[in-house]
Design a protein around this ligand. Structure first.
Ligand code: MRU
Length: 355
């Protein structure tokens, strides 16, 4: 399927029509307000990623690619050595904003590699090469989403109940999303599913984003609190679990939103197939196992006070707020990628496709 620039501009992060800014739909304001931000300063880019105004592993990568191009454009009048050095420094700074999703460092590395391959050309030509590269990364991301949708759809049948955790829909990934991609493609083809969306404490991506975008697309979606997943599974309402991923290690362990590993354990208990769905840019063959994935720790106030009129815990109470957890590959039925469905043994089969 061909994705035009107009299609790409429907995504929650994209280049403006004049190619001078990155436009994002501020995901912290959803579902109550649809606010678009135009970003061109480095610090604004860092903050947008850090505060989750732009979020979801693939979309952070797309945003970083566009961000690197927009930064390059503003340096187009610089002397070349200084240009190349500043681009390296700014790329490293962007990568430091969030550690877990590999797509961010992947996209920055792709952009810097492109820059270096044009390093002998005038700065203006390097900038133009970066614009094309950023758009290519974005287009490829959408194509991968579509292929994940097609592969994922082969694993379920009409009427199935699908449980998901966090948000791995179009807002997080562009196009059809990843975990929700089979559901949204199914909708287009007249194949209907019943989706259970975990609210996803503490930042409520399931409540604020997944149930919002599925509802808007006419999907039968039911929002549940995280601690209700066991009950809906026990009731026989879930035939498959589809979740996204922020980094897939070479042995099939993967990081995703905190709580994912608990859902995987429940699914195993109830004999429900458990899948993670992600693009090639999320597979990190340089990361041997889940133990090698750095987990982001976030501000304890996300647990204590955020979303509440009054604090719901004493300010001095100790909190542990990891943003992600690692799901052991032994709990996974298969990994759905844009290159196909990968079954165990994951170390062998991931190497065949991504080695
Ligand atoms: O902290 P977030 O909201 O960026 O976390 C997002 C997730 O954990 C998603 O499930 C993941 O990025 C996959 S999106 C395809």
């Amino acid at each position: 399927m061909e994705f035009t620039e107009k299609d790409l501009r429907r995504d929650s992060a994209h280049l403006s029509e004049d190619y001078a800014k990155v436009v994002i739909l501020d995901q912290t304001r959803l579902p109550n307000e649809e606010v678009f931000l135009e970003i061109k300063e480095l610090e604004e880019m860092y903050r947008a990623i850090k505060t989750l105004a732009v979020r979801g592993a693939p979309m952070i990568g797309v945003f970083a690619a566009h961000g690197m191009y927009v930064r390059a454009l503003q340096k187009a009048g610089m002397e070349k050595e200084a240009f190349l050095q500043q681009m390296e420094e700014e790329g490293a700074y962007l990568v430091s904003s969030r550690p877990t999703a590999v797509n961010l460092s992947w996209a920055v590395r792709e952009m810097l590699t492109e820059m270096k391959s044009h390093a002998k050309e005038p700065v203006a030509e390097i900038v133009e090469a970066l614009r094309k590269k950023a758009l290519a990364i974005h287009r490829e991301n959408s194509e991968m989403s579509r292929r994940i949708a097609e592969y994922g759809l082969t694993l379920v049948k009409t009427g199935d109940g699908i449980l998901t955790h966090c948000n791995a829909g179009p807002l997080a990934c562009g196009a059809y999303g990843t975990a929700t991609a089979p559901v949204l493609l199914g909708k287009e083809l007249g194949i209907d599913f019943k989706v259970f969306s975990d609210e996803t404490r503490p930042l409520l991506q399931g409540a604020r984003l997944t149930s919002y975008e599925l509802q808007k697309n006419g999907v039968d979606v039911t929002l549940i609190c995280d601690n209700m997943a066991s009950m809906v599974m026990k009731n026989g309402w879930v035939q498959a679990v589809f979740v996204g991923c922020d980094r897939i290690a070479a042995n099939g362990d993967f990081a995703n939103k905190i709580g994912t590993s608990g859902v995987a354990i429940l699914a195993k208990h109830y004999g429900i197939p458990f899948y993670t769905l992600g693009p090639a840019s999320t597979v990190d063959m340089n990361c041997p196992t889940g133990d090698d994935i750095k987990i982001e720790l976030r501000n304890p106030d996300e647990i204590r006070t955020m979303w509440y009129e009054k604090p719901m815990a004493l300010q001095e109470v100790k909190c542990f707020n990891p943003s992600f957890d690692v799901t052991d590959h032994e709990l996974l039925t298969a990994i759905v990628t844009d290159r196909g469905v990968v079954y165990p043994p994951f170390d062998v089969n991931l190497k065949k496709l991504f080695g």
